[in-house]
Design a protein around this ligand. Structure first.
Ligand SMILES: [Zn+2]
Length: 73
C-alpha cells in the first residue's frame, strides 16, 4: 500500500503515474505551483519589458539603449 506523507493512501495507479502524494496533497501542491508561477510571471513583468528574450530578439539593440530612463537609480 502506498501512503502519502500526510497519512492518506495513494492510489497505486496514481503512484505509478509519478505522483508520490495523495490526491489532496497533489492538488494542494499543484495550486501552490500555479500560484508560484503566476507570481514569478507578474514579478518579471514588473521588472521590465525585456524579461523574455528569444533567439530572434536583437539583443545588440537592447544594449545600445544608453540614454537612461530604465527606472534605475
Ligand atoms: Zn497527502
Amino acid at each position: 500500500m502506498y501512503q502519502c506523507n500526510c497519512g492518506n493512501d495513494i492510489h497505486p495507479a496514481r503512484f505509478k503515474a509519478g505522483y508520490h502524494t495523495c490526491l489532496q496533497c497533489g492538488e494542494k501542491a499543484a495550486r501552490k505551483e500555479k500560484l508560484r508561477k503566476a507570481r514569478s510571471v507578474t514579478l518579471a513583468y514588473n521588472k521590465g519589458p525585456y524579461m523574455y528574450i528569444t533567439p530572434g530578439t536583437d539583443t545588440s539593440s537592447l544594449g545600445k539603449k544608453s540614454g537612461g530612463g530604465n527606472g534605475e537609480r
